[in-house]
Design a protein around this ligand. Structure first.
Ligand SMILES: Cc1cc2nc3c(=O)[nH]c(=O)nc-3n(C[C@H](O)[C@H](O)[C@H](O)COP(=O)(O)OP(=O)(O)OC[C@H]3O[C@@H](n4cnc5c(N)ncnc54)[C@H](O)[C@@H]3O)c2cc1C
Length: 343
């Protein structure tokens, strides 16, 4: 059987950064192939279903101020909830305080935040359940080994994953290439922040709380409680998403008792009802947010001996962090790739 032709650009990771890069390349007439280890697109811009009800269990709402990013959000064919969260309670520190500063637009989608990556992915070639496991330079290209999906080759390979995941892939490159060593050094400067998150659905008679987000001031355990079902018009059930503080999450990653501890803390700060859901689902985000102290002003595109190129983008590769930075970094990297091709 003949192998499909090599794409000009292969992107590892179908989060917002990888998809915005692929989208910008496709819009310029240079379609790329995206490989993604998960069953769906979006990465940390993640929505799952409890029954029929969407629940955002990664980033809870989108925010930003770059006009191009806001225009991209406006194009998403979903039910926008402008300004969400409209009611915030508590003086605790949000994970991204700039979301609540003047001039920042906030937005949720009734269908879930994953409406954004799904829209970015339309018409793109995205190979799901294809985990990149190793990289090797060849004459004029990089070869990418894919777990359960053979391998792929491209003259330009983009790593659009969390820094630790990109660093692990670069560690597989054989030999001592200075460009790869520099990229690894750059990635090693950053440590992503962990977040333990719990989705909790409450019995039908539970009155909904009067807030959209609650940042308990003084808790070292619970960073934020998100009233997720307030984003779903006509939602049959009250659903909260509880997110743990970074330090607490890091310390309890391997502790099987963390969901119970998070619920107990929710009961303490929100009311006893909050500790007694009828259904709960736990998710450990090992790389939830980028470390703001190590953020870079733009993506990276390195030339390798033999002519191949290696690109790095993601939420750490644009100022501000978060989804907006991920989106901007992918677009900026696509522009760099197109510029190099024109030379
Ligand atoms: C709990 C939580 C709360 C957050 N709160 C906020 C907030 O308030 N505001 C905000 O702006 N942002 C927030 N964020 C962060 C925001 O979600 C991320 O910054 C953004 O989604 C990152 O996008 P990305 O494309 O850079 O990375 P990702 O979304 O991580 O995408 C990388 C993709 O690469 C895939 N991948 C990894 N390794 C491989 C491999 N070897 N082979 C193939 N595929 C691979 C992953 O499965 C993933 O789909 C939050 C995140 C979490 C988890």
């Amino acid at each position: 059987m003949s192998r499909p032709p090599d794409p000009a650009v292969l992107i590892v990771g179908a989060g917002v950064a990888g998809l915005s890069c692929a989208r910008a390349l496709a819009d310029a007439g240079r379609p790329a192939v995206v490989v993604e280890r998960a069953r769906g697109v979006g990465g940390r811009c993640a929505t799952r279903r409890l029954g029929e009800q969407p629940v955002d269990f990664g980033v809870a709402f989108l925010h930003g101020r770059d006009p191009a990013f806001l225009a991209a959000l406006a194009e998403v064919p979903a039910t926008a909830l402008p300004g969400w969260p409209l009611a915030a309670r508590g003086a605790g520190r949000p994970c991204q305080p700039e979301a609540f500063t003047p001039g920042e637009l906030r937005l949720a989608f009734a269908e879930g935040v994953s409406a954004l990556p799904k829209h970015l992915a339309r018409g793109l070639e995205v190979r799901l359940r294809a985990r990149a496991t190793a990289l090797a330079p060849e004459e004029g290209a990089l070869r990418v080994a894919l777990d359960g999906a053979g391998e792929a080759r491209a003259p330009t390979v983009v790593l659009a994953t969390a820094p630790e995941q990109a660093a692990a892939l670069l560690a597989t490159v054989p030999g001592e290439l200075p460009a790869v060593a520099s990229a690894r050094a750059l990635l090693d400067l950053s440590r992503s922040r962990a977040c333990l998150a719990l989705l909790a659905r409450y019995p039908a008679a539970t009155p909904p709380p009067p807030w959209h987000v609650c940042f308990p001031e003084g808790s070292r355990v619970l960073q934020v409680a998100i009233h997720d079902s307030a984003k779903r018009p006509g939602a049959p059930a009250l659903v909260l998403v509880l997110q743990g503080h970074t330090a607490w999450s890091r310390a309890h990653l391997e502790d099987p008792g963390w969901p119970a501890a998070l619920l107990e803390e929710a009961g303490r700060w929100l009311g006893p009802w909050a500790a007694r859901p009828e259904h709960q689902e736990a998710h450990r985000w090992l790389h939830a947010r980028s470390d703001r102290s190590a953020e870079l002003s733009g993506p990276v595109l390195l030339a390798l001996p033999g002519g191949a190129r290696l690109g790095l983008c993601g939420d750490r590769f644009a100022p501000g962090g978060g989804v907006e930075a991920a989106w901007r970094s992918g677009r900026a990297l696509a522009a760099r790739i197109l510029e190099e091709e024109r030379r």
